[in-house]
Design a binder for this molecule. Structure first.
Ligand code: ATP
Ligand code: MG
Length: 365
């Protein structure tokens, strides 16, 4: 095996290519100045792939993703295909990647940069210094459990059914991700379920508790019911470090947490899968925002979520925490200098372009 890291870049459509271009500049800089040994391959997905190949993602791109050390993804969602049959929608690209790479743990940090304190939905004294991480299970739970469907009853009325199912193995592997993360952070995990009314939640609590006891007793573990958790996230979000929860609660709580930090254009994410026989973990990194078709092509999109997604990639897939910190400090510094793209600009602020924001981050580094 060589020491060269293989990265697959999938810019996608909408603002994806514009913000990816800024992250690529950062990658080139790290290669030239920090000895980062990477080989970059770029492929079309989403609307861009539909235009060129009549499919949202080619099988060979899935194969490339499987063999890469990590995937840096932009965004997909070009509305030109919104009325197309399902398999011809841009979003299929990311759905297939998640499924075929077995990406079961979604990591969403909610970190508030001091310079953006006023953008938060909460009061400064409640959120200053906020830095939490939600780990959401993504391939199981009520979104996938069987039985499911809509059936017609004998009296002609209908019944819609979804089932929350979690197995010991599914809970354990995502909890493990959370405990490992906590060791790299503040050493605390809060596990979230509704074991008071759901059997899957009861099992969740049981499995997390016994894994903690067996292997992670150095980490502080607490449990919280999901409804209380939603309330606590708004009341006092800084009580949390790492949170781990199922698919449905994670979906809701991570969107809630993202509003605590102010801007969609600022938030990165990682999705991790199982380790293969060579001990390599499948991983995909992407901004939490979509393809923002309303501003695509205007050069005004905020590239920071994409650049911060690259920082996560460096930290979790390439084991380069110093490079990740360098990027994060540069982003923090640029914001402290007052640079703002339109989405995070206040009333009287000058508006930087995508390119200017990317260049400013590079200069800071
Ligand atoms: P999806 O269904 O893919 O989540 P969406 O339309 O719900 O797409 P986004 O594409 O994320 O959500 O866009 C929501 C709003 O946020 C839009 O007005 C968009 O312009 C804005 N937005 C999203 N990302 C950025 C960004 N990086 N920079 C500036 N504005 C952004
Ligand atoms: Mg959306």
């Amino acid at each position: 095996m060589s020491d060269t890291h293989q990265l697959l870049l999938l810019p996608g459509d909408g603002i994806g290519p514009e913000i990816m271009a800024q992250a690529v500049k950062v990658l080139h800089w790290l290669r030239d100045h920090r000895g980062l040994n990477v080989e970059l391959t770029e492929e079309l997905v989403g609307g861009a792939s539909l235009k060129a190949h009549d499919t949202p993602i080619r099988d060979e791109v899935i194969e490339q993703a499987r063999h890469a050390d990590a995937v840096l993804f932009g965004s997909v969602g070009d509305p030109a295909w919104k009325d197309a049959p399902f398999e011809k929608r841009p979003e299929v690209a990311i759905l297939r990647l998640r499924k075929e790479l077995g990406l079961y743990a979604n990591l969403r940090p909610a970190k508030l940069f001091d310079a953006l304190l006023s953008a938060s939905a909460l009061k400064p004294e409640v959120v200053r210094g906020l830095d939490l991480m939600i780990v959401r299970e993504t391939v199981g739970g009520v979104y996938f459990g069987e039985p499911r469907g809509i059936e017609t009853l004998p009296d002609g009325t209908k019944r819609g059914v979804n089932t929350e199912v979690y197995t010991t193995a599914e809970i354990e592997r995502v909890a493990r991700v959370a405990f490992e993360l906590a060791r790299q952070r503040d050493g605390r995990v809060c596990s979230v379920e509704k074991g008071n009314v759901m059997e899957s939640g009861l099992l969740w609590r049981e499995v997390v508790t016994s894994l903690h006891k067996a292997e992670y007793s150095d980490v502080t573990l607490t449990h919280m019911l999901a409804d209380n958790c939603a309330m606590q996230l708004v009341r006092d979000p800084r009580q949390f470090d790492v949170m781990v929860t199922g698919n449905l609660f994670g979906d809701l709580l991570s969107d809630l947490a993202s509003m605590l930090t102010g801007s969609l254009g600022m938030l990165p994410s990682a999705t991790l899968g199982a380790e293969n026989e060579h001990g390599k973990r499948a991983a995909l990194y992407e901004p939490i925002h979509g393809s923002a078709p309303d501003i695509a092509g205007k050069g005004s999109a905020n590239p920071l979520a994409q650049i911060l997604s690259l920082a996560m990639l460096l930290r979790y897939s390439l084991n380069r925490p110093e490079d990740a910190e360098l990027i994060e400090r540069a982003v923090s510094g640029v914001l402290a200098d007052g640079l703002r793209t339109a989405d995070i600009a206040g009333e009287g602020d000058a508006r930087a372009t995508t390119e200017q924001m990317g260049e400013a981050v590079l200069k800071k580094m």
